[in-house]
Ligand binder design. Structure first.
Ligand SMILES: [Zn+2]
Length: 254
């Protein structure tokens, strides 16, 4: 597989709730971004597509499974004929019922939507069951998060689900081993780098958010955007999280 930039979106809507505001892209801006890809000669391809012979391949992914993927993003993608991937947090789905888990940040997709997306050719990946920081979980709950989301998706969609994205982009060597053991063949992080190939358990993606200007979006797609500040923030937060994890490990129970 060749090096391909992989865009990471979350929600696409005009009036997001505070929790998703920073990562939610306006529908009009999203449409402009898709048009820019066409103007610059990009060819959106599926994550699983080797894209050996297409000009300027690029992948478009969405995390969490917000209802606005169906109402806002999908019509735009369809109008351009672009494929996309949605990483679904199964316990957050609007009609998860007895499987409901975690705290959804906004109105989420329903199972009927997810089935419809899959039927229309949208790739469906897992994004854990309740959206925890996976590296903070002990082995048992970690395995449950990974297998429950995959098995629920496979049961409802009647198709194999072999890829996933880490909630918050967080993983560790232990988490990546657990992901492999849970039956996934690939997994996606944030990292803000262009993926050299789409194999393994730490495939990088590029963040698109509400503050992304048209010029920055162009650079992100071209693989030349420098994500300085975001990287520093991620590193600082990782230190805070690591010390909290060590503290919890030292406690007899938590
Ligand atoms: Zn997420």
């Amino acid at each position: 597989m060749r090096a391909v930039p992989i865009l990471m979106y979350h929600s696409v809507r005009d009036d997001p709730p505070p929790d998703t505001a920073a990562l939610s892209v306006r529908p009009g801006v999203f449409a402009d971004q898709m048009a820019l890809l066409r103007e610059r000669g990009f060819t959106p391809v599926r994550l699983s597509d080797p894209a050996a012979d297409v000009p300027r391949p690029i992948c478009i992914t969405f995390d969490d499974g917000y209802a606005d993927f169906h109402s806002e993003a999908l019509p735009v993608l369809a109008s351009f004929g672009y494929p996309a991937t949605v990483f679904v947090t199964t316990g957050w789905l609007d009609d998860a019922g007895p499987d409901a888990a975690g705290r959804p940040l906004d109105t989420m997709l329903r199972w009927g939507h997810v089935r419809e997306l899959a039927a229309e050719g949208v790739e469906i990946g897992a994004h854990s069951h309740s959206h925890p920081q996976l590296d903070q979980l002990r082995d048992g709950p970690l395995h449950d998060e990974l297998t429950r989301s995959r098995l629920l998706l496979e049961d409802r969609l009647q198709t194999p689900v072999t890829t996933m994205a880490y909630p918050y982009g967080y993983s560790s060597a232990r988490v990546r081993r657990a992901v492999a053991r849970a039956g996934y063949t690939t997994a996606y992080v944030v990292a803000n780098d262009v993926a050299a190939d789409r194999s393994g358990y730490a495939i990088p993606r590029l963040t698109v958010q509400r503050s992304t200007t048209p010029a920055a979006f162009g650079r992100i797609a071209e693989g030349s955007h420098r994500f300085h500040r975001e990287k520093i923030l991620t590193k600082g937060y990782a230190v805070v999280r690591r010390s909290r994890y060590l503290y919890r490990q030292a406690m007899p129970r938590d």
